[in-house]
Write a protein that binds this ligand. Structure first.
Ligand code: PEP
Ligand code: MG
Length: 631
């Protein structure tokens, strides 16, 4: 195989799949562009698809293909005798959808209270709207077209009309209508849709065009063995969530959801990015060996569980974990991390029809803080937008969501939402181990505004005699190049920096982190990124601040020597890679890492920087890379 990705590190695929196709996940300079998704090579009866591995693990099971809402719906002329049959199919689909919505409504109401299930009342009203149903029936009987086409055409016409009116309430009805239409179409086409995921009766591997981060967060680990999607990337929040849930996943498989059918047998290899249809006995045997090899490595990594992340020549790093859900905190304790370096609080706001109250947030933050005590918990304030949306907040769709109304920008305009979160975090800080940071800071003004509001919240709480930690450390995430350029000014206003490399790379290299077609341009060791990290560290040092890295780069063993050499104080990674990163740090010498960083700061080639960093990591801990030596 040609150059492997920045990210692939886990056991290599069995021999049969090491094909000479030169697929790169992230480029070397001049690396190949988008080339995933092809069935590469087949053994008798099996078919192999290659994509981007985003969450390690191997699973085997039956496929459940989720439908694409607006695709594959063809207009078909029908004869007069078919009309009653098509109308009957419409009625059946409406009845099934009604049952489905009521089912979900009951579950949400039990889990989160009746007020959160309110959105489904609106869905039921939309579903049973007589004007819409009459028009669909008329189209079927007068124009003699199939029911799928008729329903899709009419519902989309209504949704587009409502969505175009400048009225928040009506725009929300348009969104409801589209949600409902997806369900109805799912029943008509005999395809599952995302809502089916709540009601799985059997274990399965989900295959879908895409999965949203919010849907991924709801996946039932007992039933969902793994998932594979046509689009997606390593640093999307869907991928991050899969790693956090430790569900094997492959993305960027291009048209896999069209090629597979529900019920087919597949094996999914989340280490190397393969989906294998009808795996042969030989393939299953080879994968059995791969899994055993991985299990052996996991056992070996247990030896560092209680040890500190310290280099051979005595440099001590803080190695913490990223979490998305409060329930992840148990895994943090199990993986040997020193607390939580990034709590992505936005997942608390997704999959519900109302905002979490200050009291509810306080209870979540306090319980997580108590669980990781005495180690620190860094709570990141709300980072909505980009690929994470609140369906009920009427946030209009944007052309460039990642450059749009997200994160701190959203919070500084939706002050009441922000205030409730700041108060909740402050109250939780009474536990004594809480720190807080703002996402997407682009310059001093945003930071000052956020800090001013924080100060107001503190004053209020004091007046109310509510306790909090007055010395709460507040940090800024460094994820935008402008923040690096004004880092000296920012450093005077915060206690620490946390570098969000996922976004820093996206914004510096102008590479959409969600777009699998340009994954080869998403280059963590691009010389510009190396220099931006160094500039951030230097600014932090000048002002006596500490600096961490909480983007996915921190959890990539090949890149750990480089980050170490650049002088960061903390790495915060996915729970699943904490042990590997610690194992590696304990085998590295800081002197070598510094030498590497000095080289990198002078080098013009991202590929060369990567190669050197990886060579150092491999030399220090060959166990983590032994599979790659076979390539
Ligand atoms: C980052 O951008 O690196 C980061 C940690 O934040 P997120 O991935 O949630 O955007
Ligand atoms: Mg970010």
């Amino acid at each position: 195989m040609g150059a492997r990705s920045f990210w692939s590190r886990s056991p290599v695929a069995p021999a049969a799949f090491r094909v000479a196709s030169g697929q790169n996940l992230v480029s070397k300079a001049g690396g190949r562009a988008y080339s995933y998704g092809m069935a590469e090579r087949s053994r008798a009866g099996e078919k192999i698809f290659h994509g981007i591995p985003v969450s390690g693990g191997v699973c085997r099971g039956k496929v459940l293909v989720l439908g694409k809402p607006h695709e594959g719906i063809e207009r078909r002329e029908i004869g007069e005798p078919e009309v009653p049959q098509e109308i009957q199919r419409l009625e059946q689909a409406l009845v099934r959808t009604r049952q489905q919505i009521q089912d979900i409504q009951r579950k949400v109401s039990t889990a989160m209270g009746a007020q959160n299930a309110g959105i489904f009342e609106a869905h039921l009203l939309v579903l049973e709207d007589p004007t819409l149903i009459d028009e669909v029936s008329r189209l079927i009987s007068e124009q003699r077209v199939n029911v799928e086409f008729a329903y899709q055409t009419v519902s989309e016409k209504y949704a587009a009309t409502l969505g175009a009116i400048d009225d928040g309430y009506l725009r929300e009805r348009a969104a409801d209508l589209r949600d409902v239409a997806v369900r109805v179409m799912g029943h008509l086409l005999g395809r599952a849709d995302e809502s089916e995921l709540n009601r799985l009766q059997e274990s399965c591997i989900i295959v879908s065009h895409d999965l949203s981060p919010s849907t991924t967060a709801l996946l039932d680990k007992k039933r969902v063995l793994g998932f594979a999607t046509d689009i997606g990337s390593k640093t999307s929040h869907t991928a991050i969530m899969a790693r956090s849930l430790q569900i094997p996943a492959v993305v960027g498989l291009r048209d896999l959801s069209d090629r597979l059918e529900t019920g087919q047998a597949v094996l999914l290899d989340g280490y190397n990015g393969y989906v294998i249809l009808n795996p042969t006995d030989q393939t299953l045997f080879e994968y059995g060996q791969l899994v055993r090899k991985h299990d052996d490595l996991t056992t070996r990594l247990l030896t560092v569980h209680d040890e500190p992340a310290v280099t051979l020549d005595g440099t001590r790093l803080v190695l913490s974990a990223n979490i998305e859900l409060a329930s992840d905190v148990e895994a943090v304790k199990r993986c040997g991390a020193e607390g939580v370096g990034l709590f992505r609080t936005e997942f608390l706001f997704l999959n519900r029809s109302t905002l979490p109250t200050e009291a509810e947030q306080y209870e979540v933050y306090r319980s997580v803080a108590a669980a990781v005590k005495p180690q620190p918990l860094v709570i990141r304030t709300l980072d909505l937008g980009g690929d994470k949306f609140l369906s009920h907040l009427q946030v209009p769709q944007e052309i460039n969501p990642s450059l749009g109304w997200r994160a701190i920008r959203f919070c500084l305009q939706e002050i009441e939402i922000f205030r409730a979160q700041l108060r909740a975090i402050l109250r939780a800080s009474a536990e004594g181990n809480v720190k807080m940071m703002y996402p997407m800071i682009s310059g001093v003004d945003e930071l000052t505004q956020a800090n001013d509001l924080l100060q107001l919240c503190k004053d209020q709480l004091r007046k109310e005699n509510v306790s909090f930690d007055d010395a709460l450390e507040v940090g800024a995430m460094i994820e935008i190049p402008s923040a690096v350029l004004v880092a000296d000014a920012l450093a005077q206003r915060v206690a620490f920096f946390s570098i969000g490399t996922n976004d820093l790379i996206q914004y510096s290299l102008a590479v959409d982190r969600l777009n699998e077609k340009i994954t080869h341009l998403y280059q963590p060791t691009h010389p510009a990124i190396v220099r931006l990290i160094q500039a951030t560290v230097d600014a932090a040092r000048r002002h006596g601040r500490w600096v961490g890295v909480c983007g996915e780069m921190a959890g990539e063993p090949s890149l750990v020597p480089l980050l170490l050499g650049l002088g960061v104080d903390e790495l915060s990674t996915a729970v699943s890679v904490v042990a590997q990163v610690k194992f590696l740090i304990r085998r590295l010498r800081m002197a070598d890492a510094r030498e590497l960083a000095e080289f990198a700061l002078k080098c013009d080639s991202g590929a060369e920087i990567l190669a050197r960093s990886k060579a150092l990591a491999r030399q220090a801990a060959p166990d983590l890379f032994d599979d790659e030596s076979q390539l």
